[in-house]
Design a protein around this ligand. Sequence first.
Ligand code: AMP
Length: 196
Amino acid sequence: MNSLDSICVFCGSSEGNDTNIISEAFLLGEKLARKNITLVYGAAKIGIMGHVARGVMEHKGKVIGVIPEFLKRKELIHHGLSELITTHNMHERKMKMHELSDGFITLPGGFGTLEELFEIITWSQLGLHQKPIGLLNIGGFYDHLLGLLENMVRRGFLKMENYELLLVDDDIDRLLEKMKAFKPVQVPKWLKLDRT
Ligand code: AMP
């Protein structure tokens, strides 16, 4: 079993228009706090990001915000973060979030969210880390994306074992259980040899 002391959450900087997504985001925060899992996220108080953080803080959990200098606007930073880390740029931010986290969960979001998810899963595919990556598919939000990934497998662009790096569930507790039980796939030898 993997120990999950900290989880990085990728999600929208907008809050969307589905109250179920908003309440699930808050509930994820609440559950992280109750399970003593530190939230690592993008530091903002806006959007779905803000709801996850509020869920943790209102249940006395620990929250680490990581933000690049150019996005750091006082009015958008969540008050009451346990720690705020400022990075020089987006790349450094992602590295920092990765360093601080034992696993990753993606909630609904837009381009930024997808970019973060796919970068972290690509790092896993390349054997650069072996941390569990979860997708909380609230109300089928990501069904079409999952359909696209299945198509990539069918058409020979994505290996089934790499597709399976993405742990999917619509229930927070079940997703966390899958993340704890996650066993990394063997990375091809040639990738291991070439890595610097
Ligand atoms: P999107 O899914 O396009 O809304 O992008 C979500 C991601 O954008 C977040 O996870 C953050 O990395 C980043 N982001 C966008 N706006 C902000 C902001 N004001 N403060 C912090 N991060 C932000």
